[in-house]
Design a protein around this ligand. Sequence first.
Ligand SMILES: NC(=O)c1ccc[n+]([C@@H]2O[C@H](COP(=O)([O-])OP(=O)(O)OC[C@H]3O[C@@H](n4cnc5c(N)ncnc54)[C@H](O)[C@@H]3O)[C@@H](O)[C@H]2O)c1
Length: 272
Amino acid sequence: MGSGIAEVAAKAGLEVILRSRKQETADAMIAGLEKSLAKQVERGKLTEEDRDATVARVSATSDLHELKDCDLVLESIVEDLGPKKELFNELDRICKDSTILATNTSTLPVIEMAMETGRPDKVCGVHFFNPAPMMALVEIVKPLTASDETIAAVHDFVGACGKSAVEVIDQAGFIVNNLLFPYLNNAVRMFENGVATKEGIDEAMKGGCNFPMGPFALLDLVGLDTSLSILEALYDEFRDPNYAPRPLLKRMVAAEQLGRKSGKGFYDYSRK
Ligand SMILES: NC(=O)c1ccc[n+]([C@@H]2O[C@H](COP(=O)([O-])OP(=O)(O)OC[C@H]3O[C@@H](n4cnc5c(N)ncnc54)[C@H](O)[C@@H]3O)[C@@H](O)[C@H]2O)c1
């Protein structure tokens, strides 16, 4: 998600610093971004001039201190509250007082990240969808502490990125994942119960509901580890059995079958 969001912001004309814990990973993210832009040039969707200008606006670092003068820092690290809270604490110490600190979390309580900082009024959720360059929506998540100025500034950012924004309160799953994940989880239940094959279920939801992809292809795209974390956060918040992650999903994550990112999930991507 991180490199996709960087691509969107840089294409919108913003200066972007991509930070990863390792310089090699940060450099690889830039290489991935360049590849994505090259494809757009090939398809005639981007001029070579715009590609070069976009690439020139992005730099890569492993040093968190390089973010100190940013107006907005948007974290998109692993969907786990512990590391996210630690990161917000560090960013709060490093960044200038006016920096807005935002999270791309899919479900986790934004308020818990805000309260790790001395600036809870300047913390909110800015939830891009996957893949960020293609998806039109961004959910702007407003924790109880966020100021109207922060939310207005984030609306400006999302608008500049050419995305449409929907505001939502800080509640697990926000709008989209709150509605989407019981469906994905129930698809896994249906497959576990032998009602149909995963290919059959995917085909049915594409052809019968006009969805661009079926639930198993979507779970593989999101990542099964991220999906499991999302369901756990939803279940933790609402205690609704529809959110309780299905056993197969848990076993697949334990087996490191995480979807596209590991080369195998419900489908095999190793030769693609
Ligand atoms: N996958 C999706 O479809 C999707 C969609 C919208 C939002 N999100 C959210 O975006 C965030 C990232 O998701 P992703 O799918 O890109 O996950 P991912 O597993 O592909 O990437 C997470 C990255 O975070 C890095 N990381 C882990 N701990 C870190 C730390 N302490 N400091 C810095 N980096 C660390 C990992 O090395 C990895 O590169 C999550 O909060 C997720 O909920 C994901």
